[in-house]
Design a protein around this ligand. Structure first.
Ligand SMILES: Cc1cc2nc3c(=O)[nH]c(=O)nc-3n(C[C@H](O)[C@H](O)[C@H](O)COP(=O)(O)OP(=O)(O)OC[C@H]3O[C@@H](n4cnc5c(N)ncnc54)[C@H](O)[C@@H]3O)c2cc1C
Ligand code: SF4
Ligand code: SF4
Length: 848
């Protein structure tokens, strides 16, 4: 099919059209079109290359066409000759030609073996019966689907990365699912022992039974099921189907038969140019053994494909190994593994964070001098993965306290934005794309994220670098003085503000409805909480309603702030900081009864620390009975209104700051916003309540109130702007309603009012025009919206303790009523505090 005009184009034959073989063809497409090379591709499978990495999506509705990486038209257009169902069975190295099963002969100048690997099936008697299957090709998945229709129970033999993916598939097909693993832990290659334990617990919570340290000796006829697995320890497990996922072996039979140099345990030996022992034959991908190592991931295969193509064309190129870091979501459980996950480097030190209550485990492995990250393990929470990977890949210096990179609530975590990375930083390890490549793509006119993706290929592999890529593209667009698209993520081509308007105008009440009408895909960690916050700001529904639950982060999910030891804090609302002695006594009694640590907060209320998740409903029942309400310390919402005693007690006071503070706190309590909101009211210009460091600050004057907006204490303090002076009560409230609603409508995700103001074109003057002069004609809408929020307020804790369904989530473990015995306290200054690791008494957590 190749129609070259050249007299003698180099004849290149590629055996295998998997992901790597296809990537090789892509490298030569231009040369093929121009006639410099004549490429023939021989594939044993009935179709051209498809995305094996996302193979499991076949079970969630993707078709073979959706997974295809190319099609016949594309190969024809490139003038690449191809055959499907064409297994190569013979190589004549002297005559330089290969022969397929059907007898077709293809002469070559250069031969490329890209034959990949096949699933290893352990030599267990009975392994070749019907319903004993593997998980590698689309045809395998079709067979699994057919078998599942006649089965109730399925077992996956192998608890590695692919085994867990296969187990997920069985579960999705509705089978009772078991994973049987020979080793003492799951995913022994990628995660350490504790990570394996946490992963096992999480997977069992999801209803998959995990059996470790089990050597299967026989697959015999079953009693209650089709088969019975018989283990070396005498135990048995009944199952209707068996899926082998016990590792892969290189497809190297061809090379072996024709005397190419092989590794002791298989694999075609290649040098740094991916040449085999025959200089005219290359091997790339999972069949190639480089430096005694076979790479079981696609990214190294892609690098090999590039190197082999360049070498064949006479260009300088070397394969120098590859990063094996992985970030996965297995059955919804985040797992990340970077570099030296097992801390095998001599002198390596580890930082470990474990939260047994939530099933989160994080470990950083650092160099002996604590300056470089050399490895990491993450289970249950991958949010730190991208940052950690950049530190590891680029040898960046760690911050002074390296643990800040993995500890929760470490608000000072040094963010690794685009500017912190050197041009040589690898952004996409699947396609080996650096920050410099992305920057030059933007500079040469690719201003759209999707254009940058298709031109650099970044983020088109596993997709793990999507957030960082967007960050770099946006930053470069800004550098070039160009407009940055405000799409919140790839699932919604809208800014937060546009989504807010859509939700309100179309009266959309749930994430699923919004996604179906205006989004695509399934949603992600960015759009879900953003939409959750918008829905709450517009409709003010109970946030633990079933449809809203998946949108909340941990603090909202349990209506409490999680602390470093996995316990929670309880913060009832104390409007304006005014509290009766009786209520103070109730707080003291509850604290004593549940042995909670008490502390006065900066917002003039009492924080009760150390509550276990399962204690929260009982504690709140007692508080609600005594007239307390939730203080929303966990939400992106109004926190406190701090006040001084004002004219009632203070001899300088000119207005009743306490009454105003209480009124305001009760008006805006429960209001959800892009970020938390803090208020304060001072009774005179001496400013004892520090109102000028708050989002909304009010200072009494002889004639009324001065209103300050968009101040901030915290990490990046900002002095509030004086917005209006000498306001009467009614106008003051009107202005605050409008400012707050305008912020909620137009603020970005997680943007405090201070940053919102800094970024607002026209700044304070513009805000005054909108709010005071109604320049956008929005004020009626803003006030109506606020009136709705005020009139639909409910105390979330009161609603929760009255709802048996909502209370179920407060069990200590999903599958057990036992308390988490890893939470331990010691006494300090007459109260409890979390025990340090050294102080803890070792305990064993029994899972039901
Ligand atoms: C379910 C699953 C999930 C995965 N998830 C990930 C992941 O998250 N991240 C990641 O990096 N990797 C993942 N992988 C691994 C990744 O898919 C492989 O690394 C990659 O596909 C290897 O590509 P390859 O071209 O070397 O081999 P293959 O994809 O195996 O392709 C080899 C091709 O050669 C053909 N062939 C073999 N012998 C002959 C012959 N004699 N004649 C003609 N054709 C022949 C085979 O039929 C096959 O089509 C996953 C794999 C699976 C199965
Ligand atoms: S300043 Fe805030 S985030 Fe930092 S330790 Fe104190 S409470 Fe925690
Ligand atoms: S701000 Fe003024 S009124 Fe309030 S306590 Fe201070 S001095 Fe008194």
């Amino acid at each position: 099919m190749s129609q070259s005009n050249e007299v003698n184009p180099q004849r290149i034959v590629v055996v295998g059209n998997g992901m790597v073989g296809h990537h090789f063809v892509e490298q030569l497409a231009e040369k093929s079109l121009s006639g410099e090379v004549a490429v023939s591709v021989l594939s044993a499978e009935p179709r051209l290359a498809y995305d094996r990495v996302h193979l499991s999506e076949y079970f969630t509705g993707k078709t073979a066409d959706d997974l295809a990486l190319t099609d016949e038209q594309q190969y024809q257009q490139w003038q690449v000759d191809y055959r499907t169902n064409a297994k190569v069975v013979d190589i004549d190295r002297q005559a330089k030609q290969v022969t397929t099963e059907t007898g077709e002969v293809f002469p070559y100048d250069k031969l490329v073996l890209a034959t990949g690997s096949y699933p290893f099936v352990p030599p267990i008697p009975g392994n070749d019966q019907a319903h004993c299957l593997v998980y590698r090709t689309i045809e395998d998945l079709e067979a699994i689907q057919a078998s599942a229709k006649e089965s109730k129970v399925g077992v996956v033999i192998g608890g590695g990365l692919l085994g867990l993916e296969a187990a997920n598939a069985l579960k999705q097909l509705g089978l009772e699912t078991h994973v049987v693993e020979f080793a003492p832990q799951l995913m022994a290659v990628q995660v350490d022992v504790t990570g394996g334990r946490v992963l096992k617990e999480k997977i069992e919570d999801l209803g998959v039974s995990v059996h470790t340290q089990k050597a299967t000796q026989n697959i015999a006829p079953g009693e209650s099921c089709r088969y019975q697995l018989q283990f070396a320890d005498g135990e048995v497990l009944e199952t209707d189907m068996v899926l082998f996922s016990a590792g892969i072996r290189p497809s190297d039979q061809l090379a072996k038969s024709f005397d190419l140099e092989m590794g002791e345990r298989g694999g075609i030996v290649v040098d740094n140019q991916c040449r085999t022992s025959d200089e005219n034959i290359y091997a790339i991908g999972e069949c190639a053994l480089w430096n005694n190592f076979i790479f079981g991931l696609v990214a190294p295969g892609y690098s090999m494909a590039k190197v082999a193509a360049q070498d064949m064309l006479g260009e300088q190129a070397s394969f120098t190994g590859a990063d094996m870091s992985t970030k996965l979501k297995l059955m919804g459980v985040d797992v990340g593994s970077i570099g030296d996950a097992h801390a095998k480097t001599p002198g390596a030190l580890s930082y470990v964070y474990e939260n047994q209550a939530e099933g989160i485990y994080k470990k950083m492995v650092v160099s002996n001098d604590k300056t470089k990250l050399i490895g990491a393990v993450l289970v249950g929470d991958n949010s730190d993965y991208d940052t950690l990977l950049q530190y590891a890949l680029n040898g960046l210096d760690l911050p002074e306290m390296p643990e800040s990179l993995i500890l929760p609530m470490a608000t000072e975590t040094p963010a690794l934005g685009a500017d912190a990375l050197p041009d040589s930083a690898t952004i996409c390890s699947c396609h080996n794309v650096t920050k410099g490549d992305v920057v030059s793509a933007v500079q040469s006119g690719n201003t759209d994220l999707s254009d940058v993706k298709s031109c650099t290929k970044a983020s088109t592999g596993c997709g793990g670098c999507a957030a960082l890529l967007k960050n770099i593209v946006d930053s470069e667009l800004l550098n070039l003085g160009m407009e940055v698209k405000k799409d919140i993520c790839e699932h919604f081509a809208y800014s937060r503000q546009e989504l807010f308007d859509i939700v309100r105008v179309e009266e959309i009440k749930s994430f699923d409805e919004l996604l179906a009408k205006h989004g695509k895909g399934l949603g992600c960690d960015v759009c879900k909480p953003t939409v959750g916050s918008i829905l709450a700001s517009v409709w003010n529904d109970y946030i633990l309603e079933k449809a809203h639950q998946p949108l909340q982060d941990t603090n909202d999910t349990y209506l409490a702030n999680m602390q470093k030891d996995g316990t929670y804090s309880v913060v009832p609302r104390v409007a304006g900081g005014e509290i009766t002695p009786d209520k103070l006594i109730v707080l003291g009694e509850v604290a004593k009864k549940y042995n909670l640590y008490t502390k006065i907060t900066g917002g003039q209320r009492v924080d009760l620390f150390g509550a276990r998740k399962e204690e929260l409903p009982e504690i709140w029942r007692e508080l609600v009975d005594a007239g307390f309400e939730t203080g929303h310390a966990y939400g992106k919402s109004v926190r406190t209104v701090k006040s001084c005693v004002g004219s009632t007690w203070c001899r300088y006071g000119v207005q009743d700051s306490v009454s105003m503070a209480i009124f305001i706190e009760n008006r805006y309590k429960g209001l959800r916003a892009p970020h938390k909101l803090k208020f304060a009211v001072s009774g005179c210009t001496r400013e004892c309540a520090e109102a000028q460091s708050k989002d909304i600050g009010i200072i009494a004057t002889e004639n009324g109130w001065n209103l300050y907006v968009c101040g901030n204490g915290g990490m990046k303090p900002r002095h509030a702007d004086l917005f209006a002076t000498d306001l009467d009560d009614e106008t003051l409230i009107k202005y605050i309603d409008r400012v707050l609603m305008f912020y909620i409508k137009t603020g970005d995700r997680l943007q405090r009012t201070s940053v919102w103001m800094e970024n607002m074109e026209g700044g304070l003057d513009y805000l005054k025009q909108v709010v005071v002069e109604d320049s956008l004609g929005l004020n009626d809408e803003l006030e109506t919206q606020m009136a709705h929020i005020v009139s639909t307020y409910q105390c979330e804790w009161k609603t929760t303790i009255e709802d048996p369904e909502a209370l179920k989530r407060f069990k200590p473990f999903v599958n057990s009523d036992q308390s988490d015995s890893n939470i331990q306290f010691v006494e300090e200054r007459g109260q409890i505090r979390p025990a340090t690791e050294e102080e803890k008494i070792p305990v064993k957590v029994e899972m039901a």
